[in-house]
Design a protein around this ligand. Structure first.
Ligand code: ADP
Length: 499
């Protein structure tokens, strides 16, 4: 509907009534006046009413005079109505405008273009003031609403509010994403349509009917995750300020799944680390005791064997502690220092270190360099290659082949591939393989000297480089680790040249 307060809409109903009243009044007055004049004329001027000619002439004059006066009066009445009632129409129109658009549309502050007569002007001024204060309130209300909206949306928790009929009245974007709300907010949904969990529905009921808040720990399915998530939910009543009665309830869902998982990982880590440290220590302790007893009894034939076991276990402890220290320094946020490095130099250094193990099992290592330079932290990348190559040498059978390839992944990324034709890794283990202390075959892997931390360190180093590690493997088809890391950005290259 086209609605402008500036459009003139005279108050036709009042004007019509006014004019009818005026018309009746004028007609009656003129008739009475006509009769009076006729009567006076007869009395004063002694008109002979028997003389038809005179009478007709005078009556005609009187009638014409009456019509003329009626017309003049009516024009005057219409003019008066226009002048005095016209502003009413405009003020009315303005009031309607404020009512219709008051809180939603733009509010105009200007007053009427023209000054209205007398008190109309005061009324118009009062109306303009009402408009101004309404507009101010509207802006304040909108600002507060936007601020609240921004705060509620920035909260990571999901929030939903319902009324006493259990219809959803408000929810934030996090809630909409997790619990797949219908797009249109007008389509109010009942809370029972979103949640089936009896304890949660009961908590809503208690909050609304009894006014009591409740805290719950729930496992709920969400539309974003395949598995149920754990939530700490607090449900509180929404109360009227005046009489303190509940007009609804609000629930805040705090997803604690990650925190619980992190806590579990921490507990598992402490348990695993203690176990890994205790096993070689127990063995060292046992063998040293036996050695002491043997020596006391003068038996020396097993001394070499015992000492070898002790040395192996000390070696294992040393590896474990080194890996733990590496991991902790990576996790404590130590930054990597990337520079241009030569992949050949890194590879040759690692091959030298592992040559003993390689020749022991007669393994062929094939290297391929598609890259002349890479942008990495040289020491850390050497550790990545050492861990991967060491694993490959450990787990492949004798006389196998291992490949080390440095190549481009895409225009922004380079990669290192370490592949072998060894036993491969079953699919069910692949997802957890990069977790700390995770081993495919605990007994076998420990016996070859693994700590279970190598791949976890590799993953950390690559993520510190802004890269990632990918695994392609299946049993009896060998294993391929693809280490992706970014190339140097052109901007960084030009900065160096300017130095
Ligand atoms: P570990 O020190 O025990 O080798 P890692 O974290 O380096 O620990 O490796 C985790 C597990 O992944 C190993 O215990 C082993 O079972 C498996 N694994 C790693 N690399 C290979 C490979 N090249 N071939 C087969 N299995 C492997």
């Amino acid at each position: 509907m086209d609605f402008s307060y500036k459009k003139r809409r005279p108050p036709w109903k009042i004007i019509r009534r006014f004019l009818i009243h005026q018309l009746v009044f004028y007609v009656v007055s003129l008739v009475l006046m006509g009769l009076a004049i006729r009567y006076s004329a007869h009395e004063i001027f002694d008109f002979d009413y028997q003389s038809a000619g005179q009478v007709t002439e005078f009556d005609r004059f009187l009638t014409a005079l009456s019509w003329g006066m009626l017309a003049v009066f009516l024009v005057h009445a219409a003019y008066t109505a226009w002048i005095f009632l016209g502003p009413l129409g405009r003020v009315l129109q303005k009031a309607r405008y404020v009512r219709k658009k008051g809180f939603t549309g733009e509010i105009l502050h200007e007053r009427f273009d023209r000054e209205e007569p007398g008190e109309w002007n005061d009324l118009d001024r009062a109306l303009s003031k009402i408009k101004k204060s309404l507009d101010k309130k509207r802006r304040q209300y909108n600002r507060e609403r936007e601020e609240l909206q921004a705060i509620v949306s920035s909260v990571k928790n999901s929030i939903v509010a319902i009324d006493t009929q259990h219809n959803v009245r408000y929810y934030n974007s996090q809630f909409a994403v997790l619990f797949k709300m219908k797009r249109k907010r007008e389509m109010s949904e009942r809370i029972e349509e979103i949640f089936r969990e009896p304890s949660l529905l009961e908590a809503f009921k208690t909050a609304i009917e009894g006014g009591n808040p409740a805290d719950l720990r729930l496992s709920l399915m969400t539309s974003r995750h395949k598995l149920p998530r754990n939530f700490n939910v607090s449900v509180s009543p929404l109360r009227n300020k005046d009489d303190n009665t509940a007009y609804g309830a609000v629930a805040i869902f705090h997803d604690v799944t990650e925190a619980q998982l992190a806590e579990k990982i921490r507990i598992d880590f402490v348990a695993n680390a203690s176990h890994e440290l205790r096993t070689p220590l127990t063995s060292i302790h046992g063998y040293l005791q036996t050695l002491r007893e043997d020596l006391a009894e003068g038996h020396t034939d097993q001394v070499d064997h015992y000492l070898n076991v002790v040395i192996n276990n000390v070696e294992r402890l040393k590896n474990l502690i080194n890996d733990l220290l590496d991991l902790s320094s990576l996790e404590s946020g130590a930054e990597i220092e990337s520079e241009i490095e030569d992949p050949r130099l890194i590879t040759e250094s690692v091959l030298n270190q592992l040559d003993g193990l390689r020749s022991e099992k007669d393994i062929l290592i094939v290297t391929k360099y598609d890259l002349d330079s890479i942008f990495v932290d040289g020491t850390k990348m050497e550790q990545v290659l050492t861990n991967l190559l060491h694993n490959a040498l450990k787990y492949v059978p004798a006389h196998s082949k291992v490949e080390v390839i440095w190549t481009e992944h895409d225009s922004k990324t380079d990669k290192l591939i370490v592949s072998d034709d060894g036993p491969g890794i079953p699919v069910e283990h692949q997802e957890r393989l990069f977790e700390r202390f995770y081993r495919v075959d605990k007994g076998r892997d420990r016996s070859v000297g693994g700590t279970g931390l190598g791949l976890s360190i590799v993953k950390h180093i690559l993520s510190k480089h802004g890269g990632e590690i990918r695994l392609i493997s299946s049993p009896d088809k060998g294993t391929e680790f693809h280490c992706l890391f970014p190339k140097r950005k052109p901007s960084e290259a030009s900065q160096d040249m300017n130095l």
